[in-house]
Design a protein around this ligand. Structure first.
Ligand code: ATP
Ligand code: MG
Length: 200
């Protein structure tokens, strides 16, 4: 097995949609492991209140604990400032060696906005993107090809994954309303949320 999957996100909190998607990609591409990397400060969510980095990392660690191919990583939390994926990929290439293929896993909706990310062309050249189809949003290949040219077909791949209509926003809302989040997050994560009184 070779190749490292990277699941980046705010993970506020991590949920079954993240885990199921990562496992489908790992299986489909025969990846050695998937790193779950909570962002310290997402450039797209600077104005939003989120649970502390420590809580989000702790929940991520709990969520991946039972899967020998999954690992939580604090690499973005250890860096100062805004978390750019391009910096994270560069750090991972340094760690695993330049030959180890890296697969960044994300929703198709996010990949359509890739041209707006930090240093998009260098980023796409340095890793593969696996687009999980989510909420019916397909990849906008015409837009992506227009921006990235031939790099696009070699480095952006679409994978149909079971679509779970779960988001962290929805989970936070349900907790505020006193509704059940059972099966939306692993039991260990729910226990942590309740014990720490998060999202109330
Ligand atoms: P929020 O509602 O706070 O935006 P979220 O549920 O979208 O949270 P993020 O931490 O923002 O979760 O997402 C991290 C990554 O996981 C993104 O690439 C996103 O597209 C993907 N993702 C989130 N929810 C799902 C899901 N239900 N199925 C597949 N992928 C998902
Ligand atoms: Mg989101």
């Amino acid at each position: 097995m070779e190749g490292i999957g990277i699941m980046g996100g705010t993970f506020d909190p991590i949920h079954t949609g993240h885990l199921l998607t990562a496992e489908f990609v790992r299986d489909a591409y025969g990846l050695e492991k998937v790193l779950f990397i909570p962002a310290a400060h997402s450039p797209f969510k600077l104005d939003k209140r989120v649970a502390s980095a420590e809580d989000r990392l702790a929940m991520t660690e709990l969520a991946v604990a039972g899967n020998p191919h999954f690992e939580a990583s604090d690499i973005e939390m250890c860096r100062e400032g805004v978390s750019y994926t391009s910096d994270t990929i560069a750090a991972l290439h340094e760690h695993f060696g330049p030959e180890e293929p890296l697969y960044f896993i994300t929703g198709a909706d996010a990949i359509n906005d890739l041209p707006d990310w930090h240093h998009p062309r260098e980023l796409l050249a340095s890793c593969h993107f696996i687009a999980a189809r989510r909420q019916g949003t397909a990849l906008d290949m015409a837009k992506l090809r227009g921006f990235f040219g031939s790099l696009c077909d070699a480095h952006i791949h679409e994978l149909a994954t079971p679509e779970l209509e779960i988001s962290s926003t929805q989970i936070r809302g349900r907790i505020r309303e006193g509704r059940s989040i059972r099966y939306m997050v692993p039991g260990s994560v729910e226990t942590y949320i309740r014990k720490e009184g998060l999202y109330r």
